[in-house]
Design a protein around this ligand. Structure first.
Ligand code: GDP
Ligand code: IMO
Ligand code: MG
Length: 458
């Protein structure tokens, strides 16, 4: 069977930790979208691993697959694999031949476009990893796929077609000189060919490439457990998220079928777990109706640090939760839980279960608030509107819960749900009721033994 892990909010909900927790029973862990814009944290035997491309299950010796829906930067992939090997692990990662390759010019173009947009304060705040430009080329039928790296003639043909276009984009559209860029080789066919053909040889020598759909379907038919690890989150999904402040792929559950080649029936017949952070964080721009305080440069219209009403509370939660970007180190914007957002996420992906994380971070507060509904133009809304402008205009209507005390979270996790402070239980049950979905796990700390497990999906 399959278990699909989906971020229910804006990324960084603690997906890596839950993949690790439930992935114990998995044989294969596959990613289905995104690339090295992800930052998934797994704590294993007291060691912290931050993975941007390698599926989280690889830490525990599971077979990891990067599905056809992923965009793969071989530089990052091999760096990450080498680092894991230096730390004594033996990751087994396969890469879909149909996955697209992030080339150096994609990163450069990601940077240039953000720079241009920032002149009018329209930048997305991307991770700068070249994700958007690579998916653009995929849709534009000018991408380079992992399978193309295995054949010299094909790779050279692809590069000879596309690189002059990228050069022209830089020079004729953006008015820059390629020679002045930090990485002029990023636009040089010969240099690219040499480096990426060598990656192709390494993929071949290490027997790393697969036809993901065939590989995963066969594993499933043999009775193996397949976990599908989403990156990012529902509200930054290119279709169901807050366009244009989104990533360029589909982190929602439908993406798990398209991005792996497993049939929708197979994925839909399994479990789909929505990962919820007990409050809200966002890296990058876009609306956030339940935001506390703000982060200059990311929060729209927020000019000076310290001006928000709830700045102190935001800082407290940011520090307690270590809310700084795993990939970029940027401070994350912080807000209260947003139920219209979660109702939307639950509908889009059809969650069969939830994991609600970070309840320990909220411990010690007198009260905890939740954006229960929104008001837009005098009307009450239970879910999010479809445009960014309308969402920006939504005002949250809050519900207030009594806070709970800090505790020995590992002991509480071991004892089980009944040991969770009563007020925290009330909070969990409110979320379950509103979403009509049971919480399979409750995260009360970053370590694996700091999760209350009520039901295992495998
Ligand atoms: P992901 O991108 O969804 O995998 O999440 P990240 O790894 O980017 O961010 C989640 C952070 O919170 C990591 O540092 C985790 O170790 C940590 N974390 C996960 N679950 C919990 C939890 O329940 N409580 C606390 N305090 N930290 C958690
Ligand atoms: P994980 O998997 C949080 C955000 C970026 C930016 C937008 C587009 O760790 O949850 P991109 O580089 O993808 O083109 O950036 O998406 N973003 C994330 N935010 N967690 C992530 O991944 C993210 N990956 C991308 O901050 O706003
Ligand atoms: Mg992350």
């Amino acid at each position: 069977m399959t278990v699909t892990i989906v971020g229910a909010q804006l990324g960084d909900e603690g997906k890596g930790g839950i993949v690790d927790l439930f992935g114990d029973a998995a044989d294969v862990v596959a990613r289905y979208q995104g690339g090295d814009n992800a930052g998934h944290t797994v704590v294993h035997q007291g060691e912290e691993y931050k993975l941007s491309l390698v599926p989280s299950g690889a830490i525990r010796g599971k077979v990891g697959v990067l599905g056809n829906g992923c965009v793969v930067n071989p530089r990052t992939l091999f760096d990450e694999l080498d680092t894991l090997r230096d730390r004594g692990l033996d990751p087994d990662v396969r890469v879909a031949e149909r996955a697209h390759v992030i080339l150096p010019y994609h990163r450069v173009l990601d940077g240039i476009e953000e720079e241009v947009k920032s002149e009018t304060d329209d930048e997305v705040g991307t991770t700068g990893r070249g994700i958007g430009p690579t998916y653009e080329d995929k849709a534009g039928r000018r991408g380079v796929r992992v399978g193309d790296l295995l054949d010299s003639d094909v790779l050279r043909d692809r590069l000879e077609y596309v690189v002059p276009q990228k050069r022209a984009l830089v020079e004729d559209v953006y008015g820059l000189d390629v020679a002045d860029l930090d990485d002029p080789d990023a636009f040089d066919v010969d240099a690219l060919f040499e480096e990426f053909r060598e990656f192709g040889r390494r993929f071949e020598d290490d027997d790393m490439t697969v036809v993901a759909g065939e590989f995963l379907t066969a594993a499933s038919e043999e009775g193996q457990n397949v976990m599908l690890e989403g990156a990012q989150g529902t509200l930054i999904d290119i279709d169901h998220g807050n366009y244009p402040y989104v990533t360029s792929s589909n982190p929602t559950a439908g993406g798990a079928a398209v991005g792996t080649g497993l049939s929708p029936g197979l994925v839909g017949g399994g479990e789909i777990i929505g990962i919820v952070k007990g409050y809200l964080t966002r890296v990058g721009s876009g609306p956030l109706p339940t935001e506390l305080g703000g982060v200059v440069g990311d929060t729209p219209g927020y000019e000076e640090q310290g001006e928000g009403d709830d700045e102190e509370l935001a800082t407290y939660i940011r520090e307690e939760g270590g809310e700084y970007g795993t990939v970029t180190g940027r401070p994350r914007r912080v807000g209260w839980l947003d139920m219209p957002m979660l109702r939307h996420a639950t509908r889009v992906s059809g969650f069969t279960g939830l994991a609600i994380n970070h309840l320990d971070v909220l411990a010690g507060l007198d009260e905890v608030k939740v954006g229960h509904t929104y008001t837009l133009d005098g009307e009450e809304m239970h879910t999010i509107p479809s445009t960014t402008e309308q969402w920006q205009a939504c005002e949250a209507t809050f519900r207030t819960f009594d806070g709970w005390d800090d505790g020995d979270w590992a002991a509480i996790a071991e004892e089980g749900y009944e040991a969770l402070p009563e007020n925290a239980q009330a909070y969990v049950e409110y979320i379950e009721d509103e979403l009509d979905t049971p919480a399979y796990a409750i995260g009360v700390g970053p370590n694996r033994d700091e999760a209350i497990v009520r039901q295992r999906p495998f």
